[in-house]
Design a protein around this ligand. Structure first.
Ligand SMILES: [Zn+2]
Length: 83
């Protein structure tokens, strides 16, 4: 009778132990999976493109959106004509 009680308690302890281990593993996986991606997004946002200045209105804009004429950057075609 006494041995059965001890055996039963041991089984319950094992179930609780593995259940706790499973919860901590899944929680750590979620947090470690999300944090690196967020940090990468922030770094990409800061180092996206070179900023250039319009020679006519001095506005700053990404190099890919600027017009390059005679080694000078312009924010729009209208500012190139106004030169
Ligand atoms: Zn401009």
């Amino acid at each position: 009778m006494m041995w059965r009680l001890i055996f039963l308690a041991l089984i319950i302890w094992c179930v609780i132990y593995f259940f706790k281990e499973y919860i901590t593993k899944t929680n750590s996986k979620e947090t470690s999976g999300n944090e690196p991606t967020n940090q990468k997004n922030v770094e990409d946002g800061n180092k996206t493109e070179d900023m250039v200045q319009c020679a006519t209105c001095q506005v700053h804009l990404p190099r890919s959106e600027a017009f390059l004429v005679a080694n000078k950057f312009y924010c729009s075609k209208a500012h190139i004509k106004n030169k």
